[in-house]
Design a protein around this ligand. Structure first.
Ligand SMILES: Cc1cc2nc3c(=O)[nH]c(=O)nc-3n(C[C@H](O)[C@H](O)[C@H](O)COP(=O)(O)OP(=O)(O)OC[C@H]3O[C@@H](n4cnc5c(N)ncnc54)[C@H](O)[C@@H]3O)c2cc1C
Length: 380
C-alpha cells in the first residue's frame, strides 16, 4: 500500500461500462477509488446493449442488480432467416438465450451514480504511469498525478494504458466488418415482435423493443464492400439481405424512419491476443484487454466479469501483485477460449450453424463462470 494511509487506493482509467463497474467493485472491496475519464461527460457510444446473466449476477453482488433490471427489457437471442423461419437450436435450453436489453447511456448513468460522481474526474486523460515497488504514479493530461496501490486501464480498444503495459499491440480493424445501429421511438412503424435475422452477404441484424417503448435496430456486415452513400443508405442496402421484401419489412421501415444523425456507424476494431494483461501494479480490463468482433454481443458482459474478478481478488488480499497475477491467471485463458468459440461463430458456413455456435458460446459463457456467483434468479 502507499504507506500514507491504511485505505488502499486505486486509479481506474476510463468511465465506460467496465471502468465504472471496476470502480464500483473496488470501492466495495474497500478501496478509495478515482475514475479518470478524458471525455467531458459520462457518455456511452452505442445504443442498446445486451447484458447476459453473468453481468446481472455481478450487478447483484455489487448491490445494483434491481436498478439495472428496472431499465432493462428481458429478451431472448433467437435467430431467424430472412423469410422469418426460426433457426432452431434444440440442444440448448431457454436460459442459454436470455439476456437483458438496456440502453447504454442509462446504464452508464446508473453506474456513475453508484461509483459516486465525486469519485469520477471528467476531462482528465491518462498520459503515463511509473511503477514503483510499493505504488504506481499515474500522470494525467492536466499535469496532475495520482499515487495509488493499483492502476486499472479500462480505457477501451485504443487503450493508452495498454500501449505502455504491452507495447506493440494496437487495436486493428476487423477487415470489412461494419455495424450500424440506433435506438428510435417506434412511432409510425409497427414492430409486432423482436427479430434477429441471419441473412446473406455476411449480413446480420434486426430489431428489439426496449423497456421504454423505443426500438433498438442494428445491422452488421462481415466482408463488406467499400462503403458509399449516407449511413442510412448503407444500412438500408444491407437490410435487403435480411428481410425478404414484401409486407414484412420492419427493419427497413425502422431504418428509413431514423434521422441520419441518430445512426451510429462503426468500423469494428479488435485487440489482438495479448501476451499478458498485468504487471505488478497495473491491470487491463474490458475492451482494453480484449476488444473483439461483437458478433457474440458479449464484450461488455465479459468486461463486467473482469471487474468482478479484480474486486474479489484485490479485496481478499493486501498483496496487489499476487491479486493481479491471480486475475491474469483466471481471465487470460478464459479469454483465449472465448476467442476460439467466437471464431467458430464468425466462420460458421451457414446461418443455421451460426445460430448453433452462438448458442454454444452463450451456454459455455453462462455455465463456465470465473466466479462462483449463483445465476439462478438473475432474470427474476
Ligand atoms: C456494434 C457493437 C455492438 C455491441 N453489442 C454488445 C452487446 O449487445 N453486449 C455486449 O456485452 N457487448 C456488446 N458490444 C461490445 C461492448 O460495446 C464493449 O465490449 C464494451 O462497451 C467495452 O466497454 P469498456 O468500458 O471496456 O470500453 P469503452 O466503452 O470503450 O470505454 C472506454 C472509456 O475510456 C475512456 N478513455 C479512453 N482513453 C482514455 C484516456 N487516455 N484517459 C481517460 N479515459 C480514456 C473513453 O472515453 C471511454 O469512456 C458491442 C460492440 C459493438 C461495436
Amino acid at each position: 500500500m502507499t504507506g500514507k494511509t491504511t485505505v488502499p487506493r486505486a486509479v481506474v482509467v476510463g468511465a465506460g461500462i467496465v471502468g465504472l463497474t471496476t470502480g464500483l467493485a473496488l470501492r466495495r472491496a474497500g478501496f478509495d477509488v478515482v475514475v479518470c475519464e478524458h471525455a467531458p461527460e459520462i457518455r456511452a457510444a452505442g445504443a442498446g446493449l445486451g447484458l447476459w446473466a453473468n453481468a446481472l449476477a455481478v450487478f447483484d453482488e455489487l448491490g445494483i442488480g434491481d436498478q439495472v433490471r428496472a431499465i432493462g427489457k428481458p429478451s431472448e437471442m433467437h435467430f431467424h432467416d430472412p423469410a422469418g423461419r426460426l433457426l432452431d437450436t434444440p440442444e440448448f435450453g431457454a436460459e442459454d438465450h436470455r439476456y437483458l436489453l438496456v440502453h447504454r447511456a442509462k446504464l452508464n448513468d446508473q453506474l456513475a451514480d453508484a461509483v459516486g460522481r465525486e469519485n469520477i474526474r471528467l476531462g482528465t486523460g491518462f498520459r503515463a504511469y511509473e511503477e514503483h515497488a510499493d505504488h504506481v504514479t499515474v500522470r494525467m493530461s492536466d499535469g496532475s498525478s495520482e499515487d495509488a496501490d493499483v492502476l486499472v486501464g479500462a480505457d477501451g480498444a485504443y487503450s493508452a494504458v495498454r500501449a505502455q503495459l504491452v507495447p506493440g499491440f494496437p487495436a486493428q480493424e476487423h477487415p470489412g466488418h461494419h455495424a450500424w445501429r440506433a435506438v428510435v421511438p417506434a412511432a409510425g412503424v409497427s414492430v409486432p415482435r423482436n427479430r434477429l435475422i441471419l441473412g446473406s452477404h455476411g449480413c446480420r441484424g434486426g430489431y428489439v423493443r426496449t423497456q421504454d417503448g423505443s426500438v433498438y435496430w442494428l445491422v452488421n456486415q462481415f466482408r463488406s464492400p467499400p462503403l458509399t452513400g449516407t449511413r442510412r443508405q448503407q444500412a438500408l442496402e444491407r437490410a435487403r439481405f435480411l428481410e425478404d421484401q414484401g409486407e414484412d419489412r420492419v427493419l427497413a421501415d425502422l431504418i428509413e424512419s431514423t434521422p441520419e444523425e441518430l445512426i451510429l456507424h462503426n468500423q469494428i476494431m479488435v485487440v489482438p491476443p495479448l501476451p499478458h494483461w498485468v504487471s505488478q501494479r497495473v491491470a487491463l480490463a474490458g475492451d482494453s484487454a480484449h476488444a473483439m468482433s461483437p458478433h457474440i454481443t458479449a464484450g461488455a458482459t465479459l468486461g463486467i466479469e473482469d471487474a468482478a474478478v479484480l474486486g474479489h481478488l484485490l479485496g481478499s488480499t493486501g498483496d496487489v501483485p499476487a491479486a493481479l497475477a491471480g486475475y491474469e491467471a483466471a481471465q487470460l485463458p478464459r479469454y483465449a477460449r472465448v476467442a476460439e468459440l467466437s471464431a467458430a461463430v464468425e466462420h460458421a458456413p451457414t446461418p443455421q450453424e451460426f445460430a448453433w455456435h452462438y448458442a454454444a458460446f452463450s451456454h459455455w459463457m453462462l455455465t463456465q463462470r470465473p466466479l462462483a456467483q449463483d445465476r439462478v434468479g438473475a432474470f427474476q
